[in-house]
Design a protein around this ligand. Structure first.
Ligand code: SAM
Length: 220
């Protein structure tokens, strides 16, 4: 059986169409390819509108993880699929920058099949420890190193460690990259990414979106 990744949407999703920002949608889509075809990805705590618009996007495709969208939060999903808390919580690893232990390849050998990540859009730069809202629920935790990653990167790194058995410190990274659009326009990203050569592995479409957003911020 493949690994299961749960992405808890921690922002108030207000049930209007397009409540989820386009960059979050790109990260969510990227997670399906980073997780690989054997994986299952649950997107939890979504509004009715976001749940149905994401479900329409995330149709089954060869090579991509199977995605399911839920209005329920992570605790309801775990109770339904793994049984009552607190016993079931011990089967789920929360990826937490403040954890005492690093994630290791052995964590994928029977200790954990489920991995949980938080998504917030307010509180990433500077980091405000929004992961604490999941930590207080009592999950066992692991960190992925000292630098904050985007949530899709954190999922991709987890898959490389637990499924592909690559130790954390052997994965190539790029920290705080500057994305250059042309000689006059660039933007610095406050995250760690998986490196592809000297470039960060960004979700497809993210570079174009960042450039559009940069131009919008100069439209008065
Ligand atoms: N700024 C928020 C905070 O400080 O908690 C969110 C951080 S990050 C953008 C979103 C999620 O990715 C986190 O909730 C965590 O699950 C995962 N993550 C990112 N970097 C990590 C790291 N270095 N170690 C463990 N988990 C990490």
């Amino acid at each position: 059986m493949g690994f299961v990744y749960v992405i808890e949407h921690m922002e108030d999703d207000d049930d209007t169409p397009k409540a989820i920002p386009p960059w979050v949608e790109l990260e969510y889509a990227h997670m399906r390819s980073l997780a690989g075809p054997e994986a299952k990805i649950h997107f939890t705590h979504l509004s009715t509108a976001s749940s149905s618009s994401l479900s329409a996007l995330f149709t089954p495709k060869p090579g991509l993880g199977d995605a399911q969208c839920h209005q329920d939060g992570v605790l309801q999903l775990i109770t339904e699929q793994l049984g009552e808390a607190p016993t079931s919580l011990d089967k789920v690893c929360l990826l937490d920058p403040k954890a005492e232990s690093a994630l290791s390849p052995e964590d994928g050998d029977g200790r954990f099949q489920w991995f949980l990540f938080g998504v917030s859009y307010s509180g990433d730069d500077p980091p405000r420890d929004r992961t604490s809202e999941l930590r207080v629920l009592g999950f066992p935790t692991r960190h992925l190193g000292p630098v904050q990653m985007t949530t899709d990167t954190a999922l991709g790194v987890t898959k490389l460690v637990v499924q592909d058995k690559i130790p954390l410190d052997e994965i190539p990274y790029v920290n705080f990259p500057t994305i250059v659009f042309n000689p006059k326009e660039s933007v610095e990203m406050p995250f760690r990414y998986i490196a592809e050569g000297s470039e960060p592995k960004l979700p497809p479409g993210m570079r174009e979106l960042l450039h559009e957003d940069l131009n919008k911020s100069f439209d008065f």
